[in-house]
Design a protein around this ligand. Sequence first.
Ligand code: ZN
Length: 174
Amino acid sequence: MSVDVAALSRLIEQFERMPGVGRKSAQRMAFYVLNLPEEEAARFADSILNARKRIHQCAICCNLTEETLCSVCRNEARDKSIVCVVEDPRDVMAIERTHEYNGTYHVLHGAISPMSGVGPDQLTIKQLLNRLDGVKEVIMATNPTVEGEATAMYLSRLLKPMGIRTTRLAYGVP
Ligand code: ZN
């Protein structure tokens, strides 16, 4: 369908930029929003802005938080000598749900991918290197993809000479 209302096409375009959303779904969402009562639409817009404003990266592990430090880094009972490196905050959520890990995390926010122009500098590797005081073991829990493997390998090569034990966890977000 062609849309000749500029504001509506802009809204559709915004939804279409979301991961996994095609033209049809984007149109459905746009019309849904359009039909919301005005105060509900305002709440929706507010929650986007609010999340954007309040949520930032933990000063230690780069996971998302509303505080300076995330709940894992704040928790005295977590074993700070073990760091589990993941690509994405969703990986932290998935591992936390298992209740079987008591160490800390480091969220890279991506993986090394020369094809997409993502190098080590675009990830939070510098922050990882800055927090290794007292760390004995780093578990690589990057995704089982070419990029995830390359990232795990890169980090192992970086960390091993520093006397840190690195292990690879075969793990992927289902
Ligand atoms: Zn943290």
